[in-house]
Ligand binder design. Sequence first.
Ligand SMILES: NC(=O)c1ccc[n+]([C@@H]2O[C@H](COP(=O)([O-])OP(=O)(O)OC[C@H]3O[C@@H](n4cnc5c(N)ncnc54)[C@H](OP(=O)(O)O)[C@@H]3O)[C@@H](O)[C@H]2O)c1
Length: 206
Amino acid sequence: MNVAVLGGTGRTGRLLVEELLRRGHQVTALVRDPDRAPEHARVVIGDSRDPQALAEALVGAEAVISTLGPARKQNQLHRQTVEQLVPAMRMAGVRRYIGISGAGVDADGDCKSRRDRVISAAMGLFARSMVADKTVELATWQDTELNWTLVRPPRLMDGPATGGVEHDAHVSTRSTGMRRTDLAIFLTDVLDQEIYVRQAPFAATR
Ligand SMILES: NC(=O)c1ccc[n+]([C@@H]2O[C@H](COP(=O)([O-])OP(=O)(O)OC[C@H]3O[C@@H](n4cnc5c(N)ncnc54)[C@H](OP(=O)(O)O)[C@@H]3O)[C@@H](O)[C@H]2O)c1
């Protein structure tokens, strides 16, 4: 599949691009800094909030995967990106989107453990703008007709892939951490297996 990747220079994004290429997908990476662009990908230079850059990145794409994460002073990165990305996807005829949200974000139908309800409440206080940004992002996708998935991992960690990922549409994971390597594999599984369409599953390294 031809996949447009947003955030391909990031810690999860680099691993995602490697995993997609390993499985035979073609990748277009939208990056801000050409010197840090991943190898073996078609590269488009630009910002994820720029409609023209998005349109260029979506030429020929069949799906979009985002591993975007805000740099400092980008409190509205996710909502500003989704506002531009949804019309760009409609224009390009791309229906599939997979992105990363966070376990601190609530969705209808959730069955969070007591531990996760406490963590979410703390994040609502200490990471208020990030949670607010990702909450608006989720609501925006829910309002579209597109086939979105927003994966909600807990704390991200580095380290080799374990291959063991627990995931569920609404029930908290037992683990409180996810390796970025496992997340990159899981995002690719979500694409390949067409699972969790129009859902925001929790996922963690087992
Ligand atoms: N850290 C955690 O414990 C945790 C827990 C749950 C969920 N998450 C979420 O997981 C996601 C991935 O995290 P990560 O640690 O892999 O992220 P990261 O290493 O910080 O990478 C962020 C990526 O986003 C890109 N980016 C930022 N602003 C951009 C813009 N305006 N236009 C285009 N690209 C832009 C960065 O590009 P540059 O290289 O140009 O800066 C980079 O490629 C984030 O959304 C994060 O909130 C994190």
